[in-house]
Design a protein around this ligand. Sequence first.
Ligand code: HEC
Ligand code: HEC
Ligand code: HEC
Ligand code: HEC
Length: 161
Amino acid sequence: MNAFKNARHLFRVAAVFVVGGLAFVGVRALLVPKSFGQYGHYRGNAIAEIAARPVNYAGHQACEDCHTDVLEKKKSGKHVHVNCEACHGPQAKHVDDPGSVQPVKFDTAVLCVRCHEANIAKPKGFPQVASADHSNGLACDTCHQPHSPAITAGETTGGTK
Ligand code: HEC
Ligand code: HEC
Ligand code: HEC
Ligand code: HEC
């Protein structure tokens, strides 16, 4: 009997663990979403929720079907692999209804430096300029045609204007 008396504290500790375990299982059941684990270690319903979001990008194929002139110009220049929406932004709405939704004109002083501002962290071979010195405050498309930006010795293209 003595041994049982001395063991009571062990039962108390065991009880604490049992209650704690049950509390954990209960709280977990409340907090973990139902579809968790359906396909793996994530919430299964997340897939349907993401798929239901509106599509904002149309993809360059769509643009090129209509704007064949721009495609031709771009093909011959260094921006050949920079796709339309990388500069013009998501344009799915414009593609659906080009008559009434048109891309906004943007400020080339902001657009071009996003990729071309000189930065030590960029690959050496990537064309980059210190814009303040390079452009003298002029808009980049004063001299560079955005769709085919290289300038042949000494001349400017007049941009798109
Ligand atoms: C169904 C044909 C069609 C598709 C697809 C299309 N566009 Fe257009 N886009 C037009 C028409 C029509 C205009 C207005 C006429 C114009 O100024 O050329 C226009 C105008 C524009 C303008 C403004 C021109 C200006 O003068 O301000 C830009 C920029 C443009 N589109 C970019 C895009 C991009 C980027 C895509 C691909 C995501 C795209 N377009 C897809 C037909 C189309
Ligand atoms: C490197 C950035 C860049 C890329 C890539 C680009 N554009 Fe542009 N685009 C511009 C800029 C800058 C203008 C000047 C007008 C402005 O300020 O909105 C312009 C103007 C236009 C215009 C107005 C008419 C014209 O020819 O100037 C159309 C249409 C257009 N872009 C369509 C396209 C399409 C279609 C593609 C893909 C095939 C494309 N752009 C790729 C930067 C870009
Ligand atoms: C989304 C990124 C991006 C934007 C925005 C962008 N460019 Fe580019 N640009 C590139 C890439 C990529 C290349 C090709 C680099 C290569 O060939 O290694 C390039 C090449 C160039 C070159 C060619 C340099 C040479 O070696 O001949 C010039 C000039 C240039 N861009 C000017 C501009 C101007 C002006 C604008 C704004 C209208 C602009 N870029 C906007 C990504 C961009
Ligand atoms: C006054 C005319 C002028 C203006 C404005 C201008 N550029 Fe240039 N840019 C040139 C010339 C000329 C070259 C040398 C020829 C070439 O490589 O195309 C050049 C070259 C470049 C190059 C290639 C550098 C290299 O190492 O290969 C990039 C990138 C460039 N410019 C980006 C820009 C950006 C971004 C802007 C706007 C902030 C801008 N330019 C404004 C005239 C201009």
